[in-house]
Design a protein around this ligand. Structure first.
Ligand code: GLN
Length: 466
């Protein structure tokens, strides 16, 4: 099959189902077909291309793409056409991947259901009345709904892992600094990290390998090469975990309530499976993980209030009230008033407050100390075990509209994913069963966490488990 045929088949699938899933904000038919044709032409001349050349991919709309609309799910960026490519975009195009379009997301990646998109919600392919998770819900739904075999998301507090879990696919948050943030529209710079989605662990590892690597354009990019995640996924595929020590995080085991029983049942069965593959399983306590949610919801809004100051009605996208009768300051505030959604405004206000003089030490400073304690819990745990496991999220996919009016009910979706975000350590979510507790059979995810720059362990365990 030619790359053009493969691209066309996926574009046809999008034309068939996306009116129901609504995973895409923008489909680039011409760009995809011409990228596919150039792969076919290069192959035709005998050129050796990489393993993903000609494979279609869907890109989260938070990643800038030269010449293609990029909104980060916000009205404030409507109409903005980036003049450059993110490093991640450049890398996937150079590897010959065929970008089908840009996917829906919670506005500026703030949310866990994709309902905070300023454009429309996305539907979960398993049950159209439910959310696909978030904030990378469009990228997850595109892969789960067979619109694309691979996609890219970003994860600040769980936005790759939680959507992967609730749509039954694989999603990995790389070690902070492993994948360049150059050209990612910033939400919380000390947490944001782009990563791959796929239907199998090996597919996901192949995309990871293309995305990762040092980039001088990002000052937090790690200057060493990362581990060979593709080899790890292949070695895990033999299903043998002999010699591996796995820790079950006591603080994330749901024993104190708050987790759905169907999620816990699938998780416990997953742990038994890991044991049957030869791993030694022990319980590990990470005493500060219980403070992750509180710390995250100070750090992330603080950084967002600073990052989103750049949307000033002058430089990008929307401009409201520029009719000669308003001052520059009025144009700025009218634009921000109309351009930002409710959740984004809530976070700008919380963050501005937490960073203000007199409160800084009590809030932001305190949250950073908690962050250090959480990193310390990981460091102590990884002296005893090779990886840590937990459910990816306490819940399966919930109904559209069910949690959107209650910020706390939305925030607890990320209870299990936040510790690795705060510590900057890698974590994968792999499907580990179905729960029919809420009426329909819905996927549950297993989270595997590893030390920084040991992303290969996530892939090895994930692949063995698959
Ligand atoms: N749900 C979390 C939030 O709303 C995490 C989002 C993310 O990882 N981008 O901030």
């Amino acid at each position: 099959t030619s790359a053009v045929d493969v691209a066309q088949a996926h574009l046809d699938r999008i034309a068939d189902v996306d009116s129901q899933l609504r995973a895409f904000l923008h489909v680039d038919v011409d760009g995809a077909l011409s990228a596919a044709k150039s792969v076919d032409d290069r192959r035709g001349t005998g050129e050796e291309l990489g393993p993903l050349a000609g494979v279609p991919l869907a890109m989260k709309d938070v990643v800038v793409t030269k010449g293609l609309p990029t909104t980060s799910g916000s009205k404030i960026l409507q109409g903005w056409i980036p003049p450059y490519d993110a490093t991640v975009t450049r890398r996937i195009l150079d590897a010959g991947l065929v970008m089908l379009g840009k996917t829906n997301m919670d506005e500026f990646a703030m949310g866990s259901s994709t309902e905070n998109s300023a454009y429309h919600p996305t539907h979960n392919p398993w049950d159209l009345s439910r959310v696909p998770g978030g904030s990378s819900g469009g990228s997850a739904a595109a892969v789960a709904g067979f619109e694309a075999p691979l996609s890219i998301g970003t994860d600040t507090g769980g936005s790759i892992r939680q959507p992967a879990a609730v749509t039954g696919i694989v999603g990995h948050k790389p070690t902070y600094g492993a994948v360049s943030r150059y050209g990612l529209i910033a939400f919380s710079s000390s947490l944001d990290q782009a990563g791959p989605f796929g239907r199998t662990v090996l597919d996901t590892a192949l995309l990871h390998q293309v995305m990762a690597g040092h980039d001088p354009m990002d000052s937090t990019s790690i200057p060493q090469p990362g581990p060979d995640v593709v080899a790890a996924a292949r070695s895990g595929a033999r299903g043998n975990l002999a010699g591996l020590r796995i820790g079950v995080v006591r603080e994330l085991d749901g024993a104190d309530g708050g987790y759905q029983q169907g999620v816990l049942d699938s998780f416990h069965e997953a742990v038994r499976t890991l044991e049957s593959l030869g791993a030694e399983v022990v319980e590990i306590s990470c005493p500060h993980f219980g403070y992750a949610l509180a710390a995250y919801y100070l750090i992330a809004p603080s950084e967002c209030s600073s990052n989103l100051a750049r949307f000033d009605a002058v430089r990008y996208g929307l401009r409201v009230g520029d009719n000669g009768s308003h001052s520059l300051e009025d144009v700025m505030s009218l634009t921000r008033e109309q351009g930002f959604g409710l959740e984004v405004k809530r976070r700008i206000m919380i963050g501005t407050y937490a960073l203000s003089s007199g409160y800084y030490d009590a809030y932001y400073g305190q949250a950073q100390k908690v962050r250090t304690l959480i990193a310390g819990d990981f460091a102590a745990a990884f002296k005893q075990v090779d990886v840590l496991v937990s459910p990816t999220s306490p819940f399966v996919a919930f109904g559209l509209g069910e949690r959107v009016d209650d910020p706390m009910a939305m925030y607890v979706n990320d209870l299990c994913t936040l510790p690795a975000s705060l510590a900057g350590t890698p974590a994968i979510s792999v499907p580990c069963g179905l729960s029919d507790e809420t009426g329909s059979a819905l996927p549950v995810g297993l989270q595997v966490m590893a030390p920084a720059m040991s992303d290969d362990r996530c892939y090895r365990v994930g692949a063995a488990f698959e």
